[in-house]
Design a protein around this ligand. Sequence first.
Ligand SMILES: Cc1cc2nc3c(=O)[nH]c(=O)nc-3n(C[C@H](O)[C@H](O)[C@H](O)COP(=O)(O)OP(=O)(O)OC[C@H]3O[C@@H](n4cnc5c(N)ncnc54)[C@H](O)[C@@H]3O)c2cc1C
Length: 434
Amino acid sequence: MQKNTKKFLGWSVLILIILTPVLLWFLFGDGDGFTNYADTVHSLGELFGLVGMTIFAITFVLSTRISWIEDVFGGLDKVYIVHGLLGGTALLFILAHPIFLVLKFIPGNFPLAASYLLPSSYWSVNLGIIALFGILGLIYITLYTKIKYHKWKFTHEFLGLVFLIAVFHIFLVRGTVSQGIIFHGYYVYATIVSVIGLWAFSYSLFLKNRKMKNAIYKIKNIIHKDDVFEIEMMPEHKPIEYHSGQFIFVRFYNEKLSEEPHPFSISSKSNSEFIKIVVRKLGDFTSSLEHLKVGDKVSIEGPYGRFNFKNYSHKNQIWLASGIGIVPFIGMAEDLSSEFQIDLYYVEKNENKFIGNSTLREIEKRNKNFKFIPWTSEKMNRLDVHKIKKLSRTIENKEFLICGSPGFKEEITKQLINEGVKKSNIHEEVFDFR
Ligand SMILES: Cc1cc2nc3c(=O)[nH]c(=O)nc-3n(C[C@H](O)[C@H](O)[C@H](O)COP(=O)(O)OP(=O)(O)OC[C@H]3O[C@@H](n4cnc5c(N)ncnc54)[C@H](O)[C@@H]3O)c2cc1C
């Protein structure tokens, strides 16, 4: 199935699931619940709550890292973008839920409206208030604070608890309007959503770790130069199967390192027995890699991602890398066959920073259809689309694969689109999941 068809189908199914409570309401409710102002805002309040919970449950499903979900959205990095987008949307719907419920007391009874949002002797309602403030706090941390990744991840895991509290709220409070009209359909649906959400959350929290136990590797070689580590790993048992350009989650077993798994692109060619990653020091974890030793155990989860030149229709491609974004291109360049015509632009600040230059030069020598263009921004100024057009002769009928810093990706993508390149011909790997 075509990539765009899969994406279209995926989004259609998502929207259908999200809108199911609305359909149920109108199918089984016969339009009741919307006869006067008070009923209408109340019904809308309940519907917003249920739609919000559905989207909330879907965000958990998206973070399970199940392979067919990646297929639908075109890679795990894209899945996490949709996850973030839906997380924000769930919050808006969940916020609208109490707002619409109290609207029915306004303008007549402001004190009653205000008291509706405060704790009372109704525990079923109190649970809703706790869940609301819980999700607000946790999403605020995600969107507006810059705490360290592992601390953020720890806070993010409390969303499962918040979801569970919200499930208790739904079942104990029993929507008054919906109760009479569509009691069965409404609660069957709420039960399905709750079970799926809780299953997906538990899967991510507990079962995903088990997957890492299946692929145990050992460090074969480490090269540490300036702020970059090249780490080669060999399998203890069966090697994993992967395509160049994909990435893996890696957990190193070394007493001086955290056991938190981190994502890194594979820089070796498809299905090599030995897997190589190249890591640039960025924060605490990547700096602590200097303690790694040959022989240390490693567990690998993956591969993930769909960033591979064979996945796109044009065989004439321009690859654009900045900084550590060169890593997935190294393995892809090794895999190239002569039917592909590739120009690889690689931007670094200065010559000392280049990674994998000699490998890429060697590939250029043996493959006349592969052109390697290292670009130092200190000497050659910024790389832009006009320079690309000049050096690659044309940008028409080509695919563009981009990996690098967010600024570089945004700038180049904007310029390409301004020059008439279709968005569907631009593919990027995002080195950030948060
Ligand atoms: C798909 C993908 C491929 C990547 N490939 C490479 C690569 O080939 N080489 C390379 O040097 N870097 C790569 N990265 C980035 C690398 O994962 C981060 O630089 C590294 O995890 C930073 O950890 P830190 O604790 O040193 O830095 P911190 O300062 O703690 O984190 C910096 C940023 O890295 C991200 N990050 C941190 N920890 C994790 C984690 N456990 N899981 C997910 N993201 C995290 C967060 O966005 C965070 O804001 C890749 C990232 C992704 C998402």
